[in-house]
Design a protein around this ligand. Structure first.
Ligand code: DUR
Ligand code: ZN
Length: 132
């Protein structure tokens, strides 16, 4: 299995764990660090809708909590719709993306589109003096 296949499988598996009783739209995200470690997250909705957390947010939290700071590649798996990260998650991914971060967007049968971070979030807001 290629590294990308493994990342896709991780995102597809964690999608099954999503808590999305309000939208019924399950999402899984898998992030690969430069050393090949994979972190995953799923969307967790809430009766107070704005409290919901996207799959990408959970995965970024897991990666940071484990002591990592860099995302080299990401896969987001939704259902039929083209499940590109929302605006907030584009900013989240940008914060920790390597220069060459590629975000693959998939449905259950596989990857449908691939984007560079710059395609997803051109002219992104970033602070030069951030400490990593
Ligand atoms: O990239 C995406 C797009 C949507 N969602 C979630 C948010 C909400 O729970 C549900 C429907 O928008 O899907 C994600 O987790 N990631
Ligand atoms: Zn989001």
């Amino acid at each position: 299995m290629s590294d990308l296949d493994a990342l896709f499988e991780a995102a597809r598996a964690v999608r099954e764990k999503a808590y999305a009783p309000y939208s019924n739209f399950l999402v899984g995200a898998a992030l690969r660090t430069p050393d090949g470690t994979i972190f995953t997250g799923c969307n967790v909705e809430n009766a107070s809708y704005p409290v919901s957390v996207c799959a990408e947010g959970g995965a970024v939290g897991a990666l940071i909590a484990a002591g990592y700071r860099q995302i080299a590649e990401a896969v987001v798996v939704g259902d039929a719709a083209l499940c590109t990260p929302c605006g907030m998650c584009r900013q989240r991914l940008k914060e920790f993306g390597t220069e060459h971060l590629v975000v693959h967007v998939a449905d259950l049968s596989g990857i449908r589109r691939s984007f560079t971070m710059d395609e997803l979030l051109p002219a992104a807001f970033e602070l030069e003096d951030k400490k990593d």
